[in-house]
Design a binder for this molecule. Structure first.
Ligand code: PLP
Length: 452
């Protein structure tokens, strides 16, 4: 930490702070942590006068934040639920436990009111009408419902679907199943930054195309696709446009109307909400999207998604969306500064390659390849920093990331990658801790590789 950034005392105490900060740096322990006790000891016994002691104590000791490993930098996998979300959900696990579908008593009405409020909060975040929000169990279900459900009603017009090689498995796998069942599916390529261009999508369209499914932002490299322009193109051609916006909602401004989106998938646990709940936006006019449900039952969610609504989770999702709408901008500024700090800290390592678009990228994403290092080995060697590796796109799949490969990385560089995902709760101290840990471990693994 530089003395200029950690001094809360302003110009008046900067001179003093500089000395103290130098000492704070040298007091960092073997694992990069600063011991509060050592620092207190230093302030009490080594500084010259009581005045200096007091100044040092008040400007520094209060600001010393100890990092408690492990440090969480895997916010694309999931995010920590915001304490405000947990607080909002709590009553719905306890006193307000009614079934939102029970129309005959107060318990049901209270639950239904809470679901209505959450629906409004989710809709507001993406500028939709609350009636256009269907609650699901998460983005995997939303993607399946959007893709399989919408085709039922457009199949008489054609059998061609356009998607991209860089999509999440929750889009690719349903599409592969449809291809096995006779649908014609084109996966357009992405460029070296992981971005899908409007031109590529346009080139792939035929008279038989009925659906385009392109993600808003990529979950591995954070690259943002031109989804507004793709939506416009789809509408000009009378084709339905679905976007998997799981990584983008709450991180980027989205306006389903202005962006020409007909179907949009989102998931609460990617925006500081609970796991196990998501939503699908289904456009109701210009055009009205018709959907066949994936399963039949009690006809909940206007028949699109039968099954008792998970009221506490839905309330949590609503609160997460409310907070995101208010804080997205300030979150992004702070997270971006932290990401730059992380990138700058790691830049001392040679053989570093940024994966993803240099500018059109989610603020919290930093995906790097460390040449001559196995990402999996690096990840395992620093268990105190939680990141994810591009060595395998899922723990059950030993293949290197299909996204990095599609961007043109060779197998070694794809296997040499780590994805850092920063979020609302990431701190400067954690970033500094991660930098030290990554640098030390990359150096060690490279030295071992030379020896071996
Ligand atoms: N789509 C994208 C882009 C994702 O990143 C994820 C989760 O990693 C999913 C879909 C699946 O989301 P869920 O866990 O809510 O099913």
């Amino acid at each position: 930490m530089a003395w200029t950034t950690c001094c809360p005392g302003g110009e008046a105490t900067r001179g003093l702070c500089r000395t103290v900060c130098d000492i704070r740096l040298s007091l960092r322990g073997r694992d990069g942590q600063l011991s509060r006790l050592t620092y207190l000891f230093y302030v009490l016994f080594s500084l010259p006068s009581p005045v200096v002691k007091t100044a040092c104590f008040s400007t520094h000791f209060a600001s010393v934040k100890v990092v408690t490993p492990p440090v969480y930098l895997d916010n694309h996998a999931t995010t920590k639920p915001d304490p405000r979300v947990v607080a909002a959900m709590w009553p719905y696990f306890n006193e307000i436990y009614g079934n939102a579908a029970s129309t005959s008593h107060r318990f049901g009405w209270d639950a239904a009111d809470a679901v209505d409020r959450a629906r409004e909060q989710v809709a507001a975040l993406i500028h939709a009408d609350p009636k256009e929000i269907v609650f699901t169990s998460g983005a995997t279900e939303s993607n399946n419902l959007a893709i399989k459900g919408s085709l039922e009603h457009v199949k008489k017009r054609g059998n061609h679907i356009v998607s991209a090689v860089s999509e999440h498995k929750a889009v690719i796998d349903p599409l592969k199943r449809l291809a096995r069942e006779g649908w014609d599916v084109t996966f357009v390529p992405c460029d070296e930054f992981g971005q899908v261009s409007v031109d590529e999508v346009q080139r792939a369209l035929t008279d038989r195309t009925v659906l385009i499914s392109i993600m808003a932002a990529n979950n591995e490299v954070g690259t943002i696709n031109p989804f507004g322009a793709i939506g416009k193109l789809a509408h000009e051609r009378g084709i339905l446009f679905h976007t998997d916006a799981t990584q983008a909602v709450g991180k980027l401004p989205i306006d389903v109307r202005a962006d020409g989106i007909d179907l949009l998938s989102l998931s609460a646990h990617k925006l500081y909400g609970p796991k196990g709940v998501g939503a699908l936006y289904v456009r109701r006019r210009d055009p009205q999207v018709r959907l066949a449900p994936l399963f039949d039952g009690g006809g909940h969610e206007r028949g699109f998604r039968s099954g008792t609504i998970a009221v506490p989770l839905v309330v949590g999702m609503g609160e997460a969306c409310r907070i995101a709408a208010e804080e997205m901008e300030s979150d992004n500024l702070r997270i971006l500064a932290l990401r730059e700090r992380l990138h700058a800290g790691l830049n001392s390592l040679e053989g570093l390659k940024l994966n993803g678009h240099p500018a059109e990228r989610l603020a919290g994403n930093l995906n790097l390849s460390f040449s001559r290092v196995d990402g999996e080995a690096l990840m395992m060697s620093m268990r105190e920093v939680a990141v994810s590796s591009g060595s395998a796109c899922s723990s059950s799949n030993p293949e290197p990331s299909h996204v990095l490969r599609a961007m043109g990385l060779d197998e070694d560089m794809a296997r040499a990658s780590l994805r850092f995902g920063l979020g609302r709760f990431t701190t400067e101290e954690e970033i500094d801790y991660a930098v030290e840990s990554v640098v030390a471990n990359v150096d060690r693994l490279r030295r071992l590789a030379v020896l071996g």
